[in-house]
Write a protein that binds this ligand. Structure first.
Ligand code: MTE
Ligand code: MO
Length: 300
């Protein structure tokens, strides 16, 4: 049986233009109906089995659409993702408002099959399509005084019903230290399972930082700012004692209200389906060096 892809559940006209943009006209011309996003496989991909598309697109955290796991799939369909632009500002040589096509232009798309670990202690494996954030940052020219990268999600309460709640001081914000942002594992994802990004997963462009808890991987990005001070971030603003700026996956540092030593595998059924949490979510060999000499308990 053919694997169900996003195009099976999205009416074709809705994704055709976007695919043209993301995949390029050539790929589209070759096979109009069946074209997938052209993306090279990556040596950074895990060989763990990807979570089913149905689970990846129905069990979500995207508080702009509500706090329930099913709310994003229910309400994100109304989000307009075309046109879309991203402001890149702060300590960069080429600040500006970039159309999405321009953000993606020239960046080599890869399939990155990454482990994905929410701070709530559930885990998935997601076959993202994206490109290294470093590629974009190098293109706009990071100035030597920049130390951090700050990200913001769209604010559009007419289309994002969850934004009517003042629970979060919108926009949703996230941030990385510059070396974390420049790390080759850090990507901007524009799709998954070989198709354009489902809206509930952060269309049209989101961050993915696989060694950190999922809330760092901010969705539907409209602003990227290079700054010299550690930026304010949404979950840290809400509950600083529970959610640190770093939020690296760490089985030895418990959340104040639950252990992080093991995780529930999404899609593995109601019973069982737990596995040990891996240091840096399994990316220790690649990223531990970013934190050498740092106390990971103090810098949670
Ligand atoms: N803008 C925005 N980005 C967000 C969130 C959110 O509520 N709003 N939730 C975060 C959390 S807690 C997780 S676990 C992941 C979930 O991504 P997924 O739904 O694609 O699995 O998105 C993160 N990015
Ligand atoms: Mo999360």
């Amino acid at each position: 049986m053919r694997r169900l892809t996003w195009s099976d559940v999205t009416p074709q006209p809705a994704w055709l233009n976007r695919r043209q943009l993301i995949a390029g006209a050539a790929a589209l011309a070759a096979s109009p109906a069946l074209a997938r996003i052209e993306a090279a496989p990556s040596r950074y991909s895990t060989d763990a089995k990807p979570t089913a598309l149905e689970d990846i697109t129905s069990y979500n955290n995207f508080y702009e659409f509500g706090t329930g796991k099913g709310d994003p799939a229910k309400y994100a369909g109304g989000l307009t993702v075309d046109p879309w632009s991203v402001v890149i500002d702060g300590l960069v040589d080429k600040p500006g408002t970039y159309d999405l096509a321009d953000v993606i232009k020239g960046q080599p798309l890869e399939e990155r099959i990454y482990r994905f670990r929410c701070v709530e202690a559930w885990a998935m494996v997601v076959p993202w399509i994206g490109f290294e954030l470093a590629g974009l940052l190098n293109r706009v020219g990071v100035q030597p005084s920049a130390k951090f990268v700050a990200f913001e999600t769209l604010v559009r309460p007419e289309e994002m019903p969850g934004q009517k709640s003042p629970f979060i001081d919108w926009p949703y914000r996230e941030g990385l230290r510059l070396d974390e942002a420049m790390h080759p594992l850090t990507i901007l994802a524009t799709g998954l399972y070989g198709e354009e990004m489902p809206k509930q997963n952060g269309a049209p462009i989101r961050l993915v930082v696989p060694w950190k808890y999922g809330f760092k991987s901010i969705k539907s990005i409209v602003r990227i700012s290079l700054v010299d001070k550690m930026p304010r971030t949404t979950w840290n603003m809400l509950q600083p004692s529970e959610y640190g700026f770093y939020s690296n996956v760490n089985p030895k540092v418990s959340h104040p209200r639950w252990s992080q030593a093991s995780e529930r595998v999404i899609g593995s059924g109601l019973f069982g389906g737990r596995q040990d949490t891996l240091m840096f979510n399994g990316y220790e060999a690649e990223v531990a060096g970013l934190y050498s000499g740092m106390d990971l308990k103090a810098n949670y």
